[in-house]
Design a protein around this ligand. Structure first.
Ligand code: NAD
Ligand code: MG
Length: 399
């Protein structure tokens, strides 16, 4: 029985992980949960799973949950909060496996602490690797910890990499659906609304990653994530537009062979792969993950269009620079996406905000998580200033 801590238990990846626990009760038991502010779902998860400990975003939320648990007669669940709370959840001695699925840099300290505590990690939170990949990988090496990717493309690459040794890999190909604006003419990008950008063609996910998919920044983050996880320079991590989202990624070997991973578009598959690794577990009669090959009629692959999707170009540039550029890339994107969702900036304001913040970011490499968080705060501050300029009359000219 593997005992799990789930960071981000109320989110899309968190609930899919709990669904796997539901399907394999003899294999996976969630014993510690961490979430942000969704107290109704957190309460329901406490009722169902009776974890040893749960962490919420703030003290006020934690107190409210304690009161609800008490009046429901549920005892024995420790309720903690904030970053120390999620670090506590991630490092609980009885936990074997930590699913890192808090969105954004909010999940960084807990993920890093889990690595330093020697836990096996199922990594969904790509922003952690973008902002602090070098530090996380160094800690993973030092503590002999496996970082198993849950992000579907990296999970696919991890699977395909089993077909050869690292020095036999020529390059990896990350597939991208192209998002809802794959065929939208450049002239129409100025009119894109949050409601349109939130409609992903093939995946149902949290809001941030859905907007990141629409700008293709998600793929940009994934390029950096792949560079770090698989020790490759940016020019050996390629992106290909594959609208069917059937091939989740490919590894090209030096002898010309390309190994692709094909499966349904359901995150329970990469989650189960990471949880079961190095085994493979049969889903027969448990989870409907069987892929119907007979229905596969067409597989398309295209070059990405960097002029309509400048976020992808910005990510490659940040990947080449490394250090604080990657931290600023993520921080500026997080602020810009929130501003777009709040109708404060247009869709094209997302890349322009990020580009401006990157141009203001000094070349520097963080030596500690504290350094990462400081660079993250500085970049957020710069991004807020840039975003604020949009609502002032001269904004367009300045940007
Ligand atoms: P989501 O928005 O659905 O869930 C985010 C979770 O993080 C929620 O449980 C929320 O309560 C928690 N959270 C937010 N702020 C917090 C804080 N300050 N402290 C503690 N918890 C906090 O997001 P998601 O789609 O599940 O994505 C989670 C991560 O997984 C992201 O990094 C995303 O890029 C990555 N990912 C998601 C998918 C997917 O299919 N959803 C695929 C690949 C990678
Ligand atoms: Mg992905």
């Amino acid at each position: 029985m593997k005992k799990l801590a789930i960071l981000g238990s109320t989110g899309s990846i968190g609930t899919s992980t709990l669904s796997i626990c539901e399907s394999f009760p003899d294999r996976y038991l969630p014993v510690a949960l961490a979430a942000g502010s969704n107290i109704d779902v957190a309460f329901a998860q406490c009722e169902r799973w009776r974890p040893r400990v749960i962490s919420l975003g703030t003290e006020v939320l934690a107190d409210a949950l304690k009161t609800r648990l008490k009046s429901a007669g549920i005892t024995g669940i420790e309720v903690v909060y904030g970053t120390p709370g999620s670090v506590y959840v991630a490092t609980l001695p009885e936990v074997d496996f930590v699913v890192s699925a808090i969105v954004g840099v909010a999940g960084l300290e807990a993920t890093y602490a889990a690595v330093c505590a020697g836990k096996t990690i199922g990594l969904a939170n790509k922003e952690c690797l973008v902002a602090a990949g070098e530090l996380i990988l160094a800690a993973a090496k030092k503590h002999n910890v496996a970082l198993l990717p849950i992000d579907s493309e990296h999970n696919a690459v991890h699977q395909a990499m089993r077909g050869g040794s690292p020095n036999e890999v020529k390059q990896v190909w990350l597939t991208a659906s192209g998002g809802p604006f794959r065929n939208t003419p450049a002239a129409d990008f100025v009119h894109i609304t949050p409601a349109q950008a939130l409609k992903h063609p093939t995946w149902v996910m949290g809001q941030r990653i859905t907007i990141d998919s629409a700008t293709m920044m998600n793929k940009g983050f994934e390029v950096i994530e792949a560079c770090r996880l698989f020790h490759l320079p940016p020019d050996r991590v390629r992106v290909t537009i594959h609208p069917q989202s059937t091939v989740h990624s490919l590894v090209e070997f030096v002898d010309g062979s390309i190994l692709a991973q094909i499966s349904v578009t359901d995150m329970r598959l990469p989650i189960l792969y990471a949880l079961a690794y190095p085994e493979r577990v049969s889903v027969e009669g448990k989870v409907p993950l069987t892929f119907d090959l007979a229905k596969l009629s067409q597989l398309d692959f295209f070059e990405p269009d960097l002029s309509r999707f400048p976020c992808l170009r910005l990510a490659y540039e940040a990947a080449a620079t490394g250090g604080d550029a990657c931290i600023a890339l993520n921080a500026a994107d997080e602020i810009a996406v929130a501003a777009f969702l709040a109708n404060e900036i247009p869709f094209l304001g997302i890349p322009s905000t990020i580009e401006k913040v990157l141009s203001l970011t000094p070349a520097h490499r963080p030596a500690s998580i504290k350094d990462v968080l400081a660079a993250d705060s500085a970049a957020r501050e710069r991004a807020r200033e840039v975003v604020g300029a949009f609502s002032r009359p001269t904004a367009g000219a300045a940007l």
